[in-house]
Ligand binder design. Structure first.
Ligand code: HEC
Ligand code: HEC
Ligand code: HEC
Ligand code: HEC
Length: 127
């Protein structure tokens, strides 16, 4: 009996490991910033946006068929320099992609009484 229990635990541990390996987990909080950026990094609370504000994963990860399994980082397609190499679909450059997605939604939310950041220094906070 003892041997069997140990075996089951081993299988369970393996499965937990396998799942966390297949599904890349987002960090709770990102400091969005790319090399050479002039403005201070933007603190982006991924956990709040996904869980507290209940925004659909695909609203942001708009090209990923199943974000719970795999996401492609924004700047893979939305090149910071504006040279959109990875997409031929007319992707906009990095800064515009973030600004449009983040600020457009915040403005809309604020019209219905929310208090999401829309000013430069609210996002690009000096440390
Ligand atoms: C809702 C949050 C938000 C607001 C408001 C915002 N930004 Fe940004 N901005 C970002 C994010 C996220 C990035 C991409 C990551 C990074 O900072 O490098 C970015 C990138 C940039 C970049 C390119 C990277 C760099 O630092 O050189 C510039 C320039 C910039 N923002 C300037 C501004 C200015 C000026 C304003 C106000 C008119 C502004 N931002 C308002 C979130 C914001
Ligand atoms: C408000 C926008 C937004 C929402 C909603 C959102 N994400 Fe993200 N997610 C991001 C940003 C921005 C990053 C940082 C990486 C980047 O810049 O591409 C990220 C990163 C990730 C990463 C890590 C990618 C890596 O390579 O480091 C995973 C995995 C992920 N998100 C999955 C999800 C899932 C699953 C959901 C829904 C439960 C979700 N996201 C909801 C914007 C969002
Ligand atoms: C696999 C490549 C790819 C990835 C990854 C990607 N995008 Fe895009 N994005 C595109 C292309 C291509 C377009 C233009 C066609 C379209 O609107 O779908 C676009 C359009 C956009 C637009 C403009 C939509 C409009 O109304 O004009 C925004 C904003 C945007 N992306 C933000 C983001 C953000 C933020 C991320 C990361 C969370 C991201 N994208 C990830 C390829 C990508
Ligand atoms: C589809 C809507 C939506 C998108 C897209 C979105 N946000 Fe937000 N954001 C919200 C809402 C809702 C709040 C909460 C406002 C409140 O509490 O009054 C918020 C709050 C915030 C806050 C302050 C509170 C906190 O939880 O940290 C920051 C900073 C922020 N967002 C950054 C960003 C950045 C950076 C992006 C783009 C990568 C982004 N947001 C994209 C809806 C959005």
């Amino acid at each position: 009996m003892k041997v069997k229990k140990g075996f089951i635990v081993l299988i369970a541990v393996f499965f937990v490991f396998a799942i966390s390996f297949v599904y890349a987990q987002p960090k709770d909080v990102y400091k969005l910033h790319w090399e050479g950026a002039k403005f201070p990094p933007t603190e982006f609370n991924h956990k709040n946006h996904a869980e507290k504000y209940k925004i659909d994963c695909k609203h942001c990860h708009h090209t990923d068929p199943n974000p719970a399994e795999k996401v492609t980082q924004c700047i893979t397609c939305h090149d910071p320099s504006g040279d959109v190499a990875a997409t031929k679909g007319g992707g906009i450059k990095g800064m515009d992609a973030y600004h449009k997605q983040c600020i457009d939604c915040h403005k809309k939310e604020n019209e219905s009484g929310k208090n999401a950041p829309t000013k430069c220094n609210d996002c690009h906070k000096k440390a």
